[in-house]
Ligand binder design. Structure first.
Ligand SMILES: NC(=O)c1ccc[n+]([C@@H]2O[C@H](COP(=O)([O-])OP(=O)(O)OC[C@H]3O[C@@H](n4cnc5c(N)ncnc54)[C@H](OP(=O)(O)O)[C@@H]3O)[C@@H](O)[C@H]2O)c1
Length: 248
């Protein structure tokens, strides 16, 4: 599985918990140099230290993905330290679900800023490097909610549909530069994602559901490694995965 992963420089946003943390550990174990971005620097520094102590390569850079200059610094730091950037996993995201009539308008703004603009900031940061290299791989985390809408998911789903739309446009446009693009759309996975749902009833229902059926974050890490590990001429553009028991 470490074929075409060993030695690669992989930038991961949202690496401080859940899916991003699991992907960072797994890819580092497979021989990649991982560059970790998130706001909780204590977490990403601890993870970087653990990876280094077990013989891997890692760098932690404080990053708020809503700030374009910070995402540029994250990617430029990867290039400075390791010489190139082979993959970005635009994974940072938030999911404060609520029905629209509760008018949690600040949360709508935050979802647009993190889930859409954060991904765009990641793309903008890597494209100049990948164009120069004539190689690269941009992996964007969408969701099953980026394919399906349910009551309470309108804004979150809109942001995750947007991730798929911009990823597909990007896929076509970066052909001249030999850049691969992948959308990964997870179903329910046990992470900290529910912690930021401010509506108590929605949080409880979501926690119960994910607690009952949710997959381990290693499921995501394994699939990300799988798409990266393919030969360079093979571009896996989209993966949807769910717990076998998930109906939505
Ligand atoms: N778990 C699921 O069931 C599921 C299903 C479908 C899709 N997803 C998607 O998977 C991705 C990862 O979520 P998760 O499930 O792993 O949840 P999580 O455990 O809450 O992790 C979210 C990550 O995003 C980061 N983040 C949030 N806001 C940020 C910001 N402004 N700047 C930088 N980083 C930020 C967090 O880091 P800091 O707070 O330290 O900044 C954290 O590392 C998200 O895009 C989510 O929408 C998850």
């Amino acid at each position: 599985m470490n074929q075409n992963i060993e030695g690669k420089v992989i930038v991961i946003t949202g690496a401080s918990s859940g899916l991003g943390e699991a992907a960072a550990k797994h890819l580092a174990h497979l021989g990649a140099a991982v560059v970790l971005g998130a706001r909780r620097t204590d977490r990403i520094e601890k993870l970087a230290n653990e990876i280094q102590e077990s013989g891997g390569k890692a760098l932690a850079i404080a990053t708020d993905v809503t700030q374009r200059d910070q995402v540029k610094k994250l990617v430029d730091s990867a290039v400075e330290k390791f010489g190139r950037v082979d993959v970005i996993l635009n994974n940072a995201g938030i999911m404060p679900l609520s029905p629209m009539d509760r008018l949690n308008v600040d949360e709508w703004d935050q979802m647009v800023d993190v889930n859409i603009k954060g991904v765009l900031n990641g793309i903008a940061a890597v494209l100049p490097h990948m164009k120069n290299q004539k190689s690269g791989h941009i992996i964007n985390t969408s969701s099953v909610a980026g394919h399906k809408i349910f009551s309470g998911s309108a804004v979150y789903s809109a942001t995750k549909f947007a991730v798929r739309a911009l990823s597909e446009g990007l896929r076509m446009e970066v052909k001249p530069y030999n850049i691969r693009t992948t959308i990964v759309s997870p179903g329910a996975v046990k992470t900290e994602l529910q912690d930021h749902i401010s509506e108590a009833d929605i949080q409880q229902a979501n926690r119960e559901y994910v607690g009952a059926v949710g997959l381990n974050p290693d499921s995501f890490a394994n699939l990300v490694a799988f798409v990266i590990s393919q030969p360079e001429e093979l571009d896996i553009n989209e993966i949807i995965f769910r717990p076998t028991s998930q109906e939505l």
